[in-house]
Design a protein around this ligand. Structure first.
Ligand code: HEM
Ligand code: HEM
Length: 175
């Protein structure tokens, strides 16, 4: 079996693990928010908004970094359907790292409140105030969170398959 010869550049690896921790935290914060009321809800949402904004900014940094530091080639022995699945899931993960924060920002723009990031630091509205639009985006924020979690589980399964079964250097290239 051929091995993946090189690793992801150090900056790509650092960004990957930092963002993996942030995105998973965001998912669990969201679930925690949905299950909380009053003080705990306010505490969790006060972390969710700035952390989500940081995900959006880092996703842009990561995409630019990827242009300058392209990922290493996959091992030659990898079947074509797994290459396609890897590519498709990575595109989806990148898309969701942009879409989730933008949906959060967009839905709060459509709601009749300021978008507080920290103290008096507010985000500008990116969409018009409209209760129907808010309801629509709020639902989409939930649906895409489920999609993100599902793609993450597939991604985790694939990473473990490479690391424990195929042992083809793909897992090592990211650690
Ligand atoms: C929500 C959490 C995560 C997100 C959003 C995420 C996202 C991504 C993305 C977008 C890539 C493609 C990198 C590129 O080509 O620029 C990638 C690669 C990779 N990730 Fe993750 N990841 C997450 C969690 C994890 C975890 C928990 C593991 C391992 C246990 C893992 C292992 C890997 C490996 C081994 C690669 C290299 C795969 C390849 O080159 O085909 N990831 N990840
Ligand atoms: C990676 C980015 C993000 C992820 C993974 C994420 C995930 C989630 C999840 C899982 C929920 C709970 C959904 C439900 O159970 O119905 C949620 C709710 C929420 N999110 Fe996000 N989110 C992200 C970014 C943002 C951003 C950037 C904002 C705002 C600037 C935001 C604002 C909110 C608000 C206000 C709620 C709760 C709404 C309510 O209680 O009605 N999110 N998010």
């Amino acid at each position: 079996m051929s091995l993946r010869p090189t690793r992801f550049p150090a900056v790509s690896r650092r960004l990957h693990w930092l963002m993996a921790a942030m995105v998973l935290t965001m998912l669990f914060l969201g679930v925690g928010m949905a299950a909380s009321v009053s003080e705990r809800y306010r505490f969790l949402v006060a972390i969710h908004r700035p952390l989500g904004l940081a995900v959006l900014l880092l996703a842009a940094v990561r995409l630019v970094n990827r242009l300058f530091n392209p990922p290493p080639a996959l091992p030659d022995a990898l079947p074509p359907w797994q290459r396609i699945a890897a590519k498709a899931s990575h595109v989806l993960l990148y898309a969701l790292m942009f879409l989730m924060p933008l949906l959060g920002w967009g839905m709060l723009s459509a709601a009749p409140y300021p978008i507080v990031i920290y103290g008096s630091l507010h985000l500008p509205a990116i969409l018009p105030r409209d209760p129907t639009l808010y309801a629509w985006l709020r639902q989409l924020h939930t649906d895409f969170a489920y999609l993100l979690f599902a793609v993450f589980l597939v991604h985790l399964g694939a990473a473990l398959m490479h690391g424990l079964i195929r042992r083809d250097g793909v897992f090592k290239s990211m650690v």
